[in-house]
Design a binder for this molecule. Structure first.
Ligand code: XIL
Length: 298
């Protein structure tokens, strides 16, 4: 195969990218997106602040542009994200208690219902764990509504869109460490109690190297009976970016329940990690060595 999406499909996987509405009139950008990727996620347009700027007033204009573009081209869509401490609308940031719990659940229900049947996998909850080395939950207004806020969000998402795969998504969970083990324990608990969770997303915003236990970590989650997905991949350019991208690709292919990979942007100058050149295409839109390493490994 000669494109990332077609190559991934050879093993029943997808290869996706995050895109943004503001660049959909950039012909170079959209040429690459059209050609290479068979799955799309909105970089910002389906987050809480974008979709519910005022309480109970939903705005799906930009999210719909991305979803309709992708579906019109026969691409899958990942949904990102229904409940998160980040990029909350102003009205939600200072809410607490039962009012916030209800507002969060209403948001999950309304957004998942709007996109019902169109989303392959939803990041239902994003980044709920801390980086404290002890595997604690992150302190946030959502966490302060009660430790069960995550399962409540998953149940609401399942009710609203029963066909979508429901994922928990986080960063710094890419290797075996206290944070990923805490997520692992939550997923195991959810599975044992019938809380509806189908997948775990590993953002994989990586430095110049890949954790040595990256594949083993994907494997231990998949052994819990959930799919795993690499959801926001970008790798800082260093001495061997191509090797690092190859290692991530090979790790996913070695784990049968690793169903797909998404890179967090298209060209280096589209990346949120300014100056690190972490993506597969250079700023002129040319394929980098990392691109070739991925294509060859798929
Ligand atoms: C980032 C976007 O790429 C930026 O444009 C935005 O300013 C901040 O958010 N983890 C996530 C993504 O789950 O939503 C974040 O995206 C990157 C880190």
């Amino acid at each position: 195969a000669s494109t990332l999406g077609a190559a991934a499909q050879q093993s029943g996987r997808y290869y996706g990218a995050a895109i943004t509405v503001g660049k959909m009139n950039d012909a170079t950008y959209m040429g690459i997106v059209d050609r290479e990727f068979d799955s799309i996620v909105a970089e910002n347009e389906m987050k809480m602040d974008a979709t519910e700027p005022n309480q109970n007033q939903f705005n799906f204009t930009n999210g719909d542009r991305i979803v309709n573009y992708a579906l019109g081209k026969g691409k899958k869509v990942r949904g990102h994200t229904l409940a998160w401490h980040g990029q909350q609308p102003g009205w939600m940031q200072n809410m607490s208690g039962q009012a916030l719990r209800n507002a969060m659940l209403n948001h999950v229900t309304r957004v998942a219902t709007h996109y019902r049947g169109k989303i392959h996998s939803w990041d239902v909850v994003n980044e709920a764990f801390a980086d404290d080395g002890r595997g604690s939950r992150r302190d946030s207004n959502l966490q302060r509504t009660g430790n069960d806020w995550i399962e409540a969000a998953f149940r609401a998402a399942r009710a609203a869109d029963p066909a979508a795969k429901l994922c928990y998504n986080d960063y710094n969970t890419d290797g075996v460490n206290a944070k990923s083990t805490a997520v692992y324990n939550m997923v195991r608990d959810f599975r044992s109690r019938g809380v509806p969770i189908d997948c775990v997303g590993f953002q994989s915003h990586l430095g110049t190297t890949v954790p040595g236990d990256y594949q083993a970590n994907l494997r231990r989650f998949s052994d819990l009976g959930v799919d795993v997905q690499i959801t926001e991949l970008d790798i800082q350019q260093g001495s061997n970016q191509a090797t690092a991208y190859r290692q991530v690709t090979q790790a996913c292919l070695a784990v049968p329940r690793c169903t797909g990979i998404t890179v967090w942007g298209v060209r280096d100058n589209d990346s949120w990690r300014t100056g690190t050149n972490p993506l597969l295409f250079d700023s002129a839109g040319n394929k980098k060595a990392a691109y070739t390493a991925v294509l060859d490994a798929l």
